[in-house]
Design a protein around this ligand. Sequence first.
Ligand SMILES: *Cc1c(COP(=O)(O)O)cnc(C)c1O
Length: 380
Amino acid sequence: MRFETKAIHAGQSPDPSTGAIIPPIHQTSTYVVEAPGKDKGYVYSRTSNPTRTALEKNLAALENGKYGLGFASGMAATNTVMNLFASGSHVVCNDDLYGGTHRLFTQLYKDYQLSFDFVDAADTKNLEEIIRDDTKLIWIETPTNPLLKIIDIQKIAKIAHKHNLPLAVDNTFATPYLQQPLTLGADIIVHSTTKYLSGHSDIIGGAIVVSDEKLYEKLSFFQNAVGAVPGPLDCWLVLRGIKTLALRMERHCQNALRIAQHLKDHPKVAKVYYPGLPSHPQHQLAKKQMSGFGGMVSVELLGDTKSAEKFIRSTRFFALAESLGAVESLICHPATMTHASIPREERLKAGFKDELIRLSVGVENIEDLIEDLENAFKRI
Ligand SMILES: *Cc1c(COP(=O)(O)O)cnc(C)c1O
């Protein structure tokens, strides 16, 4: 089965009791069993639920993995991966991470004696240099957020395996439609299904996909033991979203490229970050590693923070909101919104300025989107 077909069919067969083509929302906490130990595969919905199973199988198929695990949020999925590591462990990450991941790693786990180092992993040498004897995991996100750098998953996987470390990749920005990290050598994939996978700004959810059975057993034990699981309705909504993932991603990519091209020589723009522009430093790598460049565009405006703030309040279709990856276009100011929990010096060190705005380009008509941005430019 190819991607678009898997998105619609994997993990989902007509309901045997009614023929319903869509897997039902099994809104139930428990399951009646014939006798203790004699069940139909389901006992209690924290442990497993048929709607969740359908989603987990579907996600595993999309990522070319063996096992999927659903979570109540992307952060719950990330936290579950970190449950694998005992206190005293060191983790190596790229420096341009989702703000919530950075907050979890640096603010919460410091009390659990886990330590983290962040480097610009677009140059893979940087990352290898900071691996220590107590390093237990490499964690990357690519494209990075908000600077949209591209990190070479295949190279980092080789480095990880040379040092006997697992590589985890947060694949939220690319989605399995554009990039398949397990195929490139990664060991663990994390998703916020809140974003492109559900695609309609209507749920919060997360997922992990792995192929290693031992790893799966541990993670599935944590999933049940901790209990940060998604409800059946949310799983069903993600499944519905995924059916059109391929179609939506095509349009997201097309629209984002048009916007990046429109803005790159714009008199009010200092710099455009988009891996689909030939001027992007990792454009060739993006072409090789991804099958499209995604729907996120970051833009450094000319002028000061004030004009950036004015700009983000002046668009009509680009709604001022955190989050990304849905059909409607969003605009945000990372420094005061998604990445506000990262100290300013650290942000500047990682190369992102106060004038940076981030666009999640939706699937609206491209002319409307460009006009919307032009109208906002007139106000600054
Ligand atoms: C949103 C996001 C997360 C966190 O997911 P939630 O569903 O909000 O908990 C993690 N990583 C990336 C790249 C994200 O965009």
